[in-house]
Design a protein around this ligand. Structure first.
Ligand code: AMP
Ligand code: ZN
Length: 136
């Protein structure tokens, strides 16, 4: 897409700190990292979010994200990593080209997971039944 920053990074029109590249995917360092090694994995083709990425690409996309996380651990001794996808503006997606975050973690790095919420049992059960129908 013409005005998409990640399309331009994928095609090489804009610079990035590349970590891996093949004909379908690119992995590069996030410009505003939350930890050393925070990286993004993108399909080179434009899809606005993860829901639009074809099934046939998902395995490669997440496989590369896992491989990158594992190799980062091997290189730096990081204690773990988060694989994160923000899908939609409400979920924090800012760049509307599908991407997977790989975020190296240390035990006391100060990054916090989400606070828990009490959801009424009847709401949980109703949603679970509806989703079982949809996924069934
Ligand atoms: P999201 O909130 O999931 O859309 O994340 C977008 C991510 O892209 C953010 O973590 C940004 O720091 C990162 N980002 C934006 N522009 C660039 C760029 N030119 N090079 C590398 N990372 C970028
Ligand atoms: Zn794009």
């Amino acid at each position: 897409m013409d005005d998409c920053i990640f399309c331009k990074i994928g095609s090489g029109e804009l610079p990035s700190t590349k970590l891996y590249e093949d004909d379908r995917f690119l992995a590069f360092l996030d410009i505003q990292p939350v930890s050393l090694g925070h990286a993004l994995v993108i399909p080179k083709e434009h899809y606005q979010d993860i829901s639009q990425v074809p099934e046939g690409l998902l395995g490669g996309l997440f496989g590369l994200a896992r491989c990158l996380g594992d190799e980062t651990i091997a290189e730096t001794g990081a204690a773990g990593f988060n694989i994160v996808v923000n899908r939609g503006v409400a979920a924090g997606q800012v760049v509307m080209h599908a991407h997977v975050h790989v975020i190296p973690r240390e035990p006391d790095d100060g990054l916090k997971h989400w606070p828990k919420k009490d959801i009424p049992e009847e709401d949980r059960e109703r949603l679970a039944a509806a989703l079982r129908d949809r996924l069934g």
